[in-house]
Design a protein around this ligand. Structure first.
Ligand code: C2O
Ligand code: CU
Length: 547
């Protein structure tokens, strides 16, 4: 091969314009034929050229559509649950269904799938320690509109095409309500889940988790916010109400006909590709929207809900973000940042102060290009919000007696070194459960990244602290399975010093986290949150044993 598939896909991934993408797709390269009789393909496929012409976002008028703000979900009634005898709990019903919406004023409507027929779906707002029930109903069509790879585990041709199961990312939930990937159900069916909400205020999100097709279901639009609120956070006086705005960021490949295009390999029998990068970046489901703001403080909840892109965000006018929270709620203190990088599934809560900018148009920029415009009005209500110097205490976990697990992040390659699938600790999804922590115990997990990419690793059920990242000798590992460090451990920066549920594991590094396994015993999962990896074996079960 003149160019490895990995370099090839990476090069394609850094491009934003559709024209540039076409140039790369047309570049030469040969692929050795697949070996006959193999149960799974033995050679990696190439990225195929899109079958429809893609939009060139640079030709669209920017900032002509208002930023959509997700509706607030309302309970449909009250319902009893055996887990809380003698109580009636608010019950929501969230129906997944097909809909069409314009991503931009000048594009035809885009067919999508969404909770309550919108993407992002309605926001579920809960109060700490007040349990709720949600009936997640699959009312999707019978056929999928994105390319399923039937060679992927869990998505075989004998499985129904359209399957769904919802997981609330970051929620401390009993195993029966966590959205086990194999507990999917077909159109016409639903699942009732219970959420104790016994956790600190945080920006969580719900999304599909169906085995082998999560990347397609989320790409189709199946995601929304789940906000936990509590008295402690409320007492701080942070910007609230309409000055507390969720911002879902994701990228999509959008055709000129408005259709979503999902990238495929050049092998129609095995269309999986190892990453998916778009030509259009959507904020709350819109391309280049604007938001009218007042010259005062706002709280923005930034969520990266992309399949595999990371986002480097900044503001114009010399404005900085005051980051107040990460995945699992408030940081110890605000951290001023001129740029914020978010990997898939990571969140950052920030305060941005538009005071003194009346009449200006401030942009939220991604890799230097505007993706959202804030139009600062020349008048506003008195700003009585505050940005406290201290937000909350985050006591460090005591790891003196912690059990340490060394877990590799790697890929299974073909003879040319191109990835066929991704693995955690060299194991497949269906291998026996190997991570079995006891409830209440503290463990450290060391992610040894053997691959050339950063992977955002997520554990269900728990929150954790980032301990450090440390470079290691890959050759010593490969030769003798020996962990030989080649430099000092790097402590996490201040914006990673709070509670997290997804951590970026850099290539060439051992990334260490400390976890207290709090929750009900049962089966949960941990996985890479690059959805293409998660779907192709980079997900493993873990079992929480009784304490
Ligand atoms: Cu965002 Cu397994 O989840
Ligand atoms: Cu990964």
């Amino acid at each position: 091969m003149s160019r490895s598939r990995r370099e090839f896909l990476r090069a394609a991934g850094t491009l934003l314009g559709a024209g540039l993408l076409r140039d790369v797709l047309a570049s030469p390269g040969t692929v050795p034929g697949a070996m006959a009789g193999m149960p799974m393909r033995a050679t990696a496929a190439r990225l195929a050229a899109p079958k429809r012409p893609l939009v060139n976002p640079a030709t669209l008028a920017p900032f002509v559509d208002p930023l959509p703000l997700p509706a607030r979900a309302r309970p449909v009634g009250q319902r009893a649950h055996p887990a809380w005898p003698g109580r009636l709990l608010p019950c929501y019903r969230m129906e997944m269904r097909a809909f069409a919406a314009r991503l931009h004023r000048d594009l035809p409507p885009t067919p999508q799938w969404g909770y309550a027929g919108s993407a992002p779906g309605p926001t579920i707002e809960v109060e700490r320690d007040q349990p709720v029930l949600v009936e997640w109903a699959n009312a999707l069509p019978a056929r999928h509109f994105l390319p399923i790879d039937h060679t992927i585990h869990g998505a075989e041709a004998d499985k129904p095409e359209v399957r769904a199961v919802t997981h609330v990312h970051g929620a401390r939930v009993p195993a029966d309500s966590d959205g086990w990937p194999e507990d999917w159900y077909v159109p016409g069916r639903s699942a009732l889940s219970r959420y104790p909400n016994a956790q600190d205020a945080a920006t969580l999100w719900y999304h599909d988790h169906a085995m082998g097709i999560t990347r397609l279901n989320i790409y189709a639009g199946l995601y929304g916010a789940w906000l936990v609120r509590d008295a402690q956070e409320r007492a701080l006086g942070l910007p609230s109400g309409d000055c507390d705005v969720p911002l879902f960021l994701c990228d999509r490949l959008v055709g000129r006909d408005g259709q979503l295009y999902y990238p495929v390999s050049d092998d129609p029998a095995a269309p999986w590709v190892m990453q998916c990068q778009g030509n259009a970046v959507l904020c709350n489901g819109k391309l280049f929207p604007y938001l009218d703001v007042e010259p005062r403080r706002y709280r923005l909840r930034l969520l990266n809900v992309a399949n595999s892109s990371f986002f480097e965000l900044a503001l114009t006018h010399g404005l900085a973000f005051q980051q107040i929270g990460s995945d699992q709620g408030l940081l110890p203190a605000p951290v001023e940042r001129s740029q914020i990088t978010l990997y898939p599934a990571e969140r950052a809560d920030v305060v941005v102060d538009f005071a003194g900018l009346a009449g200006q148009r401030v942009q939220l920029q991604l890799h230097g290009g505007g993706i959202l415009e804030f139009r600062v009005g020349d008048r506003g209500r008195r700003d009585d919000s505050v940005l406290p110097l201290r937000l909350r205490s985050v006591p460090r976990l005591d790891i003196a007696a912690a059990h340490d697990r060394v877990l590799t992040l790697g890929e299974m390659d073909d003879a040319d070194g191109n990835a066929l699938r991704m693995l955690l600790d060299g194991k497949h999804w269906s291998d026996p459960v190997s991570e079995r922590p006891h409830a209440g115990s503290v463990e450290t997990w060391s992610f040894v990244n053997l691959s050339g990419d950063a992977h955002p690793v997520h554990l269900h059920l728990v929150r954790f602290q980032v301990l450090d990242r440390r470079p290691f000798d890959l050759f010593a590992w490969n030769a003798r399975r020996q962990l030989k460090y080649t430099g000092p451990a790097q402590p996490p920066p201040p914006h990673e010093a709070g509670w997290k549920d997804t951590v970026r594991a850099d290539p060439g590094m051992v990334t260490r986290i400390a976890v207290r396994f709090e929750g009900e015993p049962g089966r949960y999962v941990w996985h890479c949150h690059l959805l293409e990896h998660e779907d192709n074996e980079m997900m493993r079960p873990y079992e929480l044993l009784p304490g």
